[in-house]
Design a protein around this ligand. Sequence first.
Ligand SMILES: O=C(O)CCC(=O)C(=O)O
Length: 319
Amino acid sequence: MVTALQNRMADYIAAFLQDGVLILPGFFSDAELSPVQAAIDTVKHARPLDVVIDDLENGERTVLGLMTPEAVQTHRMKVNDLYLGTAAIRSQALAPSLVPILWGLLGQVPVLCNSLYLEKGSAQDPHVDALYMTPRTPGHLIAAWVALEDAHEEAGPLEYFPGSQRIAPYVFGGGSHHARDEEMADWRGYMAEALAHAGLEKRQFLARKGDVLIWHAHLLHAGGAIQNGARTRKSCVFHYYSEIDARASGFPLVPQAGGFWLDRPVQLLPPEVAARLPVSERHYLRRYPDVAAAVAQGLYPNGAAHYAAYGCKEGRLPI
Ligand SMILES: O=C(O)CCC(=O)C(=O)O
């Protein structure tokens, strides 16, 4: 039996091949969005020590628990990887209605490997995700952006260049598609020339609450300029690798709704920030499999004991 989704999927794939984006208007209902926003607000209030923040006010990376309550309320920031500890975020990123669409567009089983929550615009420069989250297998990366509220044009809406995923990826010095700081000016020049040559133009996405925009690993996109810093633009962004690539990372894959999520440690923190944190058993043992093996063999009662005895002197991160 051919399902309604199978019928629509051919159109979705055609649009994605053409534009590098697929917009699903009103994909999530208010009833589906409310628990997600409530879970995010609970985490912001609790300020845990293992939620990594990129503070866009000062360019610093820290954790929620080292920020003052006032800074948490007022700073423009990226809240990283809530999916690791918050079930409501995983349920949205791996919604049973979304996973088959991601699967169809990626052509692979999707593995949630990163999440972002943005309360305000990111004002991020134009980029393609493959520059920073370069998949092991070219093309094995896809992202979904979810509007948690209507986006106002003054709040720095998402911007993208339809068709830009068809520009041949720039090859950096080492032969990789991964960004190298010293070559980014060349990359920008290359992209500007390619956009002009192909006649590709920027589009603004004035999202409505519940809309989902799925983008290709090589789609050029950005956070638009913010004209009114008081306005929020609440959104979640989810990135997914293919199952094949995610398995190669060595971290456990947890099945959910036909896809998986990658049970990995939090992103790297600057050593001076990490040094202020207690050992997180979960992240320490995930980050250092040799320590996890030693604890499993009974050589240490836990990760904290290893950190105190050796890890700290060896320059390992407690989280
Ligand atoms: O939401 C935005 O402003 C941009 C997010 C983004 O560019 C990304 O996650 O790669």
